[in-house]
Ligand binder design. Structure first.
Ligand SMILES: NC(=O)c1ccc[n+]([C@@H]2O[C@H](COP(=O)([O-])OP(=O)(O)OC[C@H]3O[C@@H](n4cnc5c(N)ncnc54)[C@H](O)[C@@H]3O)[C@@H](O)[C@H]2O)c1
Ligand SMILES: [Zn+2]
Length: 362
């Protein structure tokens, strides 16, 4: 049995299905959606040799006409140039308005495939089959699709919901330790922003989680999807509440930017950002010292190196101010009142951030 999380968005509502082995059941899971007969299966060069053949064969056996489109693995494929090539390949494969795009891969494939689906022929059906932990708990939920520009990440995009999300947890077994851990940072984030019981479960079950125990994974991923979809259902277009998903991200994004996206995975930078946010929460939101310690200790046990990069603080500050989520240069922080409840604050000042990060000034 798969765990199912329903994302309630009126006539754009859909289900997220989570279980081991779902890719083998693609045809039966897609049938009820009455999708067209042609499909573009978009995947990347790491995922293709692992899962694309099986997915294609299963669909073909159920008489879908599948054209497999493979992009190079890595963030640089989320570009206008690659999107341009894909549009042409989809046109050549004669996809029509009833056809659909199936994203099989991590967040890069999902964001790019969703962007293509949102724009090709003014929008065709889109199905997500996320294969990284980050994609399962975060990028495949919520309907944000985007590509990057040389000037910044995710600068061109849309809100475009998939028809269904099929998260086969068996695919996580081939994910590298480092990529898996990066996804765990977002899982820990969900505990902090809205579920103290999830946080406590992570504290108890961390070794089993890191060993990728199937039943635990399915339960934890479903809970994370529930939390994100609750937030998204209330605030699809990020006018307010959706901001709470950015706990740890003000600093995390700045760390990624100053290190030019080369040194830290997103989740690794967010882990450092969450510790800083926890310390700031103690000062501004009443988070207890013991809870700050619990957050730090869970992150360390998960294997995160929580040392900020050796960059001058001014550089980090500039990056925080130019983040597209900063409001007219004002720094916004999501702070925890306690584990399981957060507030958004504009009250944090520079020297407090510096102190929270334990970094030097020039
Ligand atoms: N749309 C959103 O709301 C949202 C939210 C968060 C992140 N994102 C985006 O997601 C992207 C990051 O996603 P990601 O962390 O999944 O990165 P990714 O897609 O680059 O995947 C990470 C690496 O793992 C490989 N991989 C994927 N699945 C695998 C598997 N099952 N086995 C072995 N290797 C596998 C990939 O080829 C890649 O090398 C970023 O572009 C980010 O902007 C989007
Ligand atoms: Zn994130």
């Amino acid at each position: 049995m798969a765990s199912t999380v329903h994302v309630a968005l009126g006539d754009r509502s859909y289900d997220i299905l989570i279980a081991d082995g779902l890719l083998g059941r693609l045809p039966e899971l897609l049938k009820p959606l009455q999708l067209g007969s042609r499909c573009a299966l978009l995947t990347d060069s790491n995922v293709a040799p692992l899962y694309a053949d099986a997915a294609r064969d299963a669909l073909a056996a159920a008489s879908w006409r599948v054209s497999v489109q493979m992009i190079a693995a890595g963030e640089s494929a989320k570009s206008l140039a690659v999107a341009g090539q894909l549009y042409e390949q989809l046109a050549e494969a004669r996809l029509d308005r009833k056809s659909f795009v199936l994203a099989l891969g991590g967040g890069v494939v999902g964001d790019l495939a969703g962007f293509i689906a949102a724009t090709f022929l003014r929008g065709i059906d889109f199905v997500q089959a996320p294969t990284t932990l980050l994609a399962m708990v975060d990028s495949s939920v919520g309907g944000k699709v985007a590509i990057n520009l040389p000037q910044g990440k995710n600068l061109v995009g849309a809100f475009y919901q998939p028809r269904v999300v099929i998260a086969d947890t068996a695919t996580l077994r081939t994910l590298s330790e480092r990529e898996f851990r990066a996804g765990v940072a977002e899982v820990i984030k969900y505990g902090i922003i809205s579920d103290a019981a999830l946080f406590a479960e992570l504290e108890r079950e961390l070794p089993r989680l890191m060993a990728r125990d199937a039943a635990l994974l399915a339960r934890v991923i479903a809970r994370c999807c529930e939390i994100k979809s609750d937030v998204v259902s209330q605030d699809e277009r990020e006018s307010g509440l959706r901001a709470i998903l950015n706990f740890g991200h003000t600093v995390g994004h700045a760390i990624e930017a100053v290190t030019e996206y080369g040194r830290y995975l997103h989740g690794e930078a967010v882990a450092i950002g969450m510790l800083a946010a926890a310390r700031l929460s103690q000062k501004h939101a009443g988070l207890g010292a013991a809870e700050v310690d619990r957050i730090e200790s869970l992150l360390r046990r998960a294997g995160f190196d929580l040392t900020p990069p050796d960059a001058p603080f001014e550089q980090l500050l500039d990056a925080m101010r130019s983040d597209k989520k900063a409001r007219e240069g004002r720094l916004r922080f999501v702070l925890a009142k306690r584990i399981g409840e957060v507030v958004v604050s504009d009250a944090v000042n520079e020297s407090e951030i510096q102190e929270a990060l334990h970094v030097r000034r020039r």
